[in-house]
Design a protein around this ligand. Structure first.
Ligand code: DC
Length: 222
């Protein structure tokens, strides 16, 4: 049986997770938020006060972190820890640890394993270039930095968190720089990806646009 895969890449706040989640429901594909896996590693390092200079301990922590896709998200070592993964501290640190070859090497393998034997939508930074280079559909989402900061601001304030818009903008810029300039698997558009600028456009519009690309590519069977 042929399994379809859709890779959605883009910078922080480009709307990829929201769009990917809706698309997965509509298409009945599994959804893997690869960023949550980098966040989970960062969260464990902080929580368990791991000494990253000890390469054996560091490698073991990454290797021993188990991920499972469930209908409403991702389990990390059997637990749902979504909220804990969304704090500004974890966001910043996830972008830092994502530079380490050992982290990328192990997480990429885990992502490929999770995708096997399923119709899958995966979002991240290197899905179309590294994790699923043969994905049937590759989308690269972008949006202006102001709009991305504004979206994060709304998302966090709606959860009751106190945040400063300018600070969020600076943090996003810093993360963009980290993600685009790291030596291994930097954020970049795959040559065969379709670029969609989401600035000023609604989530529904983007979802419909991608669904129509899917219908064409997959022979119209949603
Ligand atoms: O998508 P996100 O903001 O939840 O991702 C958190 C961090 O993880 C991001 O700053 C970079 C890293 N990341 C990555 O390097 N490669 C991926 N495929 C996904 C995320």
């Amino acid at each position: 049986m042929k399994y379809f895969s859709i890779a959605i890449d883009g910078p922080a706040g480009s709307g990829k997770s929201t769009v990917a989640r809706i698309l997965a429901k509509r298409l009945r594909f599994i959804y893997l938020d690869s960023g949550a896996m980098y966040r989970a590693i960062a969260w464990r390092i902080i929580n368990e006060k791991i000494d990253m200079k000890d390469s054996t301990v560091f490698r073991n922590l990454v290797q021993s972190t188990q991920f499972e896709i469930v209908s409403d998200g991702l389990l990390v070592n059997g637990e749902k820890i979504d909220e804990a993964l969304r704090t500004p501290e974890v966001s910043r640190f996830a972008s830092e640890i994502a530079k380490y070859p050992v982290v990328r090497e192990i997480l990429v393998k885990k992502q490929q394993e999770l995708a096997k034997g399923h119709h899958v939508i995966m979002d991240g930074r290197d899905i179309g270039t590294v994790v699923l280079p043969d994905a049937d559909i590759k989308i690269f989402l972008t949006a202006s930095i102001d709009e991305r900061a504004q979206r994060r601001y709304l998302e966090l304030t709606q959860k009751g968190l106190k945040v400063d818009l300018q600070q969020l903008r600076d943090e996003i810029r810093e993360r963009d720089e980290n993600d685009q300039n790291r030596a291994i698997s930097p954020l970049r558009q795959a040559e065969d990806a379709i670029r969609i600028d989401t600035t000023g456009r609604s989530i529904d519009e983007i979802v419909e646009q991608i669904l129509s690309i899917c219908c064409t590519k997959m022979g119209g069977d949603e």
